[in-house]
Write a protein that binds this ligand. Structure first.
Ligand SMILES: C[S@@+](CC[C@H](N)C(=O)[O-])C[C@H]1O[C@@H](n2cnc3c(N)ncnc32)[C@H](O)[C@@H]1O
Length: 238
């Protein structure tokens, strides 16, 4: 990309946000070592002994055995959500919580919460135990309410979903706009505290797009601000 294009991009709203976040990370550094030292090495060694042979150059779930790599990404996610500068302890619900690194980083920064994910692979459950986190084992399903069990300790101040796959139902197709609309209503009406917000960081669909035009319309109608095509903030969700 030419310098003039780079400068032009920096002055779009997404560019300004990205620069602001970059400055935030520079001013408030969060070294990986600060988080890594709270993960019991013996437990990680046991996970590596059990599943390490499944780690491949490609991207299967065993990639989550590389704690430093995933802490780095999730520290950045937490910084971009300003969790490191938040005065209150937030309760966070993480949809499709995987191995739990985001909730773990949030916990080390003084927040609490819960994940939800499917039972397999079992490494995710073992990692939640290792990291001292809580989750509900159940699928997030289109047009179905999320499980009440998530509310065991109360409602949430922030709902997150990073690189989730519950919206992929090959071969039947991706979640439709109406499925997202349903989820947003369920989260707003049953799970969010007053003033609570939602943040989705979507994976691209099979065609490389993050959302179809009708999904974008629903997200806009529900109050989303969109950052860099894939990151949606609902503050608040309408
Ligand atoms: C690419 S991983 C991302 C994990 C985590 N959010 C992260 O960013 O590290 C996708 C996650 O979606 C979860 N998932 C897939 N289908 C799901 C469903 N129906 N309900 C809940 N979670 C689901 C997978 O088990 C996996 O943890």
């Amino acid at each position: 990309m030419r310098l003039s294009e780079k400068i032009g991009k920096a002055f779009t709203p997404a560019g300004i946000l990205s620069v602001r976040r970059g400055i935030g990370r520079l001013l408030h550094p969060q070294p990986v070592s600060k988080f890594l030292r709270h993960i019991p090495p013996a437990a990680m060694d046991a996970h590596l002994a059990k599943y390490g042979h499944l780690m491949q150059p490609g991207e299967n779930w065993a990639k989550y055995l590389d704690a430093a790599r995933w802490l780095k990404l999730n520290i950045r996610r937490a910084q971009d959500l300003r969790l490191d500068r938040e005065k209150r302890a937030l309760r966070i619900l993480d949809l499709g919580s995987g191995a739990g690194y985001f909730l773990f980083v949030a916990k080390q920064l003084g927040h609490g919460g819960m994940g939800i994910d499917v039972p397999h692979p079992e490494l995710y459950g073992s990692m939640f135990d290792t990291l001292g986190l809580q989750r509900v084992v159940a699928p997030v399903e289109a047009q179905k309410p999320l499980p009440d069990a998530l509310l065991a300790d109360g409602k949430f101040d922030l709902v997150t979903a990073f690189s989730i796959e519950f919206n992929k139902h090959a071969p039947w197709g991706m979640w439709k706009a109406a499925d997202w609309d349903y989820l947003l209503t369920d989260l707003r009406d049953r799970f969010l505290n007053p003033g609570g917000k939602i943040y989705f960081d979507l994976n691209p669909n099979y065609d490389g797009q993050f959302m179809t035009p009708d999904m974008a319309e629903v997200f806009q109608k529900r109050g989303a601000s969109v950052d860099r095509r894939s990151k949606l903030t609902f503050d608040p969700v309408k």
